[in-house]
Design a binder for this molecule. Sequence first.
Ligand code: PNS
Length: 160
Amino acid sequence: MKTSVAIYPGSFDPVTNGHLDLIERGEKMFDLVIVAVLQNVDKQPLFTVPERVEMLREVTKQWPAVEVDVFKGLLVDYARKRGAGVILRGIRAVSDYEYELQMALMNRKLEPRLETVFMLPGEPYSYLSAKLVREIAQLGGPLTDLVPAVVEQKLRAKIA
Ligand code: PNS
């Protein structure tokens, strides 16, 4: 499991500028960043997994060291399968910390060789979340600066 290979896991429903900020930071730090979309049967997503993957591929295509993939099951199993030694997660505010700490420590218990690396997104993204983006889109509000243009188009089309 290589520490030069990081997995950035999440729901990405949809990818936001905050996610992209973190991917860009990760891409500078690791040889390979695998953006891994969770295939979660429990959640009712706005976008299907293939739609989320397509948007992620489109908005990360400028970075050759960024790959987009899908995973299901335990993240630690997927990390072992991909030979990744790092899980990359963003922490926006103190409110994120408790959940992230719990996940990181549980993942460490499940696979001690796997390190979780936390990065801080740029300040303009510290209050941004995919959940709020979905809500603003559903209520017809402006999405400027919150998501890439292609994602805004897909949101508008989905909600129309
Ligand atoms: O973007 P999200 O929804 O905050 O991402 C959560 C994610 C995908 C990182 C988390 O739910 C996850 O890793 N799920 C995979 C199942 C798993 O490994 N569960 C144990 C985590 S300690």
